[in-house]
Design a protein around this ligand. Structure first.
Ligand code: C2O
Ligand code: CU
Ligand code: CU
Length: 524
């Protein structure tokens, strides 16, 4: 009761910080529910439903979850892959150039809407929270697949409710192929493996527990006690002595991973959020913030049946400094209260186990060149001398962007861009300094921009830098970038094809739900 009052008050209080807003006319008279266009000729048509279900996750009692279920109405077989006995999924497989219609039905007892994370689609198809539908309603998405081959995903996007809905199980992968990727000798079929990493907490009756710790936990972001991969605990991947492609998505609400192999083998990266890199790179560890993806080429040919290794998340600092995470509010208090393991962002964890089960001959060789990337040029940005700056910051216990919080259709003057221009944005994690209050406000912000893929051109050091510095992959297309406390990242992006209202926000889902999200408007 107290907590709710606090949030309400804070929401009212924040309006004053907002400055001047413009409300474009088209937003005032648009219809809330998309009915679809009878003239749209889809190559693929899918019925997608969000529903309540019960599934076995832990031994014993079934767990209540929410999940997506899909049915192929039209299109190539293999377009939809349902995963068994899990809430994760389905996996959609699309080809670049396909025209897709997705008829979405809401059967969960909450308002919702689906967002296609990373896709370049018209605003009506982007899953903006202003398009939420109630239980029993439907929303029709129609768009062409314009993105390059890569690992994208989809999840709910209702304002204030994204955290709990993703947590209850709503998330799936959306894989795109194109000719460039098809021409490469990459692992396919059973050797192309989705790895969705999440953290969850279960109670004694095997039910999901979300945010029991009050306002402090909400401000830090939810951290679960257990790691699930593809919705399963203690995930083991049985492999042969072959080459695999692991498509790793951090689907967690707020947990950050520092991925590394237990045997010291380096990680070979072939892709990021927006698809294949130009050429593979190797890393001793990879930092993966919420919503980020990394495509790994993993060569098990030098291992033997019976061998095992673990994909770990190594310890790092900068994510739980001062009084917040692992400090007084987290681990120590937990210990004092007699609980062994209170989760902490930055703690060491096992993510999954790999078991080599059989020997086979496998002839795939890592390609030296993977794809072609058109590199944007800072000199061509319309604002090259004055980047737009967006400060992600806790202010008066509220997560804000340039001092503002989310308002459904509001756009400020510095949030309007022009179609067909290249811009440079400077994203700043303006976390507080040291000391009690400063330390409490130091937290990472994984910043996501809707509607496009961008290029990172600059990244500054941050708090905890020594423990994370080698883990960033900034050479490919990105739609989400992890900003550690004190870090500044410059990105270049082009606003193409579509005008309208899109979102940019922190993908720590608790921060997003608390309002660390804003619209930007692309104007003709
Ligand atoms: Cu993956 Cu706006 O979200
Ligand atoms: Cu998105
Ligand atoms: Cu954040």
């Amino acid at each position: 009761m107290k907590r709710r009052e606090f949030i309400k008050k804070a929401a009212v209080g924040s309006a004053g910080l907002a400055g001047s807003f413009l409300l474009p006319k088209f937003l005032r008279d648009e219809k809330p529910i998309s009915m679809g266009n009878p003239n749209f000729q889809p190559d693929v048509e899918i019925e997608l439903t969000a529903l309540e279900s019960e599934i076995p996750i832990l031994p014993g009692k079934y767990t209540k979850v929410w999940k997506y279920r899909a049915k192929l109405v039209k299109g190539p077989p293999g377009t939809i892959q349902e995963l068994k006995n899990t809430y994760i999924g389905p996996i959609f497989r699309f080809k670049k150039g396909q025209k897709v219609r997705i008829i979405f039905y809401n059967h969960i007892p909450d308002k919702t809407i689906v967002h296609w994370h990373g896709l370049h689609v018209p605003q009506e198809a982007d899953g903006h929270p202003r398009f939420v539908i109630k239980k029993g309603q439907r929303y029709v998405y129609e768009f062409e697949i314009k993105n390059r081959a890569g690992t994208y995903w989809f999840h709910p996007h209702p304002h204030g409710r994204t955290g709990p809905q993703v947590y209850m199980g709503l998330a799936g992968l959306l894989l795109i192929t194109d000719e460039e990727e098809n021409s490469l000798p990459l692992p396919r079929e059973e050797f192309d493996v989705p790895i969705v990493i999440q953290d969850r907490t279960f109670n004694g009756r095997n039910q999901l527990v979300y945010l029991m710790g009050g306002m402090m936990e909400r401000m830090r972001g939810f951290l679960g006690e257990q790691i699930l991969v593809n919705g399963q605990p203690n995930f083991t991947l049985n492999v042969s002595t072959s080459v695999y492609r692991l498509r790793v998505l951090n689907g967690s609400n707020s947990r950050i991973y520092k991925l590394a192999w237990s045997n010291g083998m380096p990680l070979t990266v072939i892709g990021t959020d927006g698809g294949l890199l130009e050429k593979p790179i190797t890393k001793n560890y990879i930092m993966l913030g919420p919503a980020e993806r990394v495509d790994l080429w993993v060569d098990f040919t030098n291992l033997n049946p019976g061998d095992e290794l673990v994909l770990k998340s190594l310890a790092f600092s900068g994510a739980a400094t001062g009084g917040m995470g692992g400090g007084m509010m987290g681990r120590d208090r937990g210990r004092r209260m007699g609980r062994g393991n209170v989760p902490d962002n930055g703690e060491e964890l096992d993510v999954l186990r790999v078991k080599i089960t059989r020997r086979v001959k496998n002839s795939l060789k890592l390609p030296e060149k993977l794809s072609r990337i058109e590199h944007y040029n800072l000199g061509e940005a319309v604002n090259k001398n004055s980047p737009r700056t967006f400060r992600f910051e806790m202010r008066r216990m509220r997560p804000t962007i340039n001092g503002r919080t989310f308002q459904m259709t509001a756009v400020a003057k510095d949030e309007i861009v022009k179609l067909n221009t290249l811009e440079v944005w400077e994203l700043v994690n303006a976390s507080g300094g040291m000391g009690m209050m400063g330390g409490m406000m130091q937290m990472p912000h994984p910043v996501h921009i809707h509607g496009l893929q961008f290029q990172v051109i600059e990244r500054t050091p941050s708090i905890g830098w020594e423990t994370i510095r080698d883990g960033f992959i900034d050479s490919g297309w990105k739609d989400t970038v992890l900003l550690m406390p004190g870090m500044r990242v410059k990105v270049l992006m082009k606003f193409e094809d579509f005008t309208g209202l899109y979102l940019y926000h922190c993908h720590n889902l608790e921060h997003e739900d608390l309002g660390m999200m804003r619209n930007y408007l692309v104007k003709a």
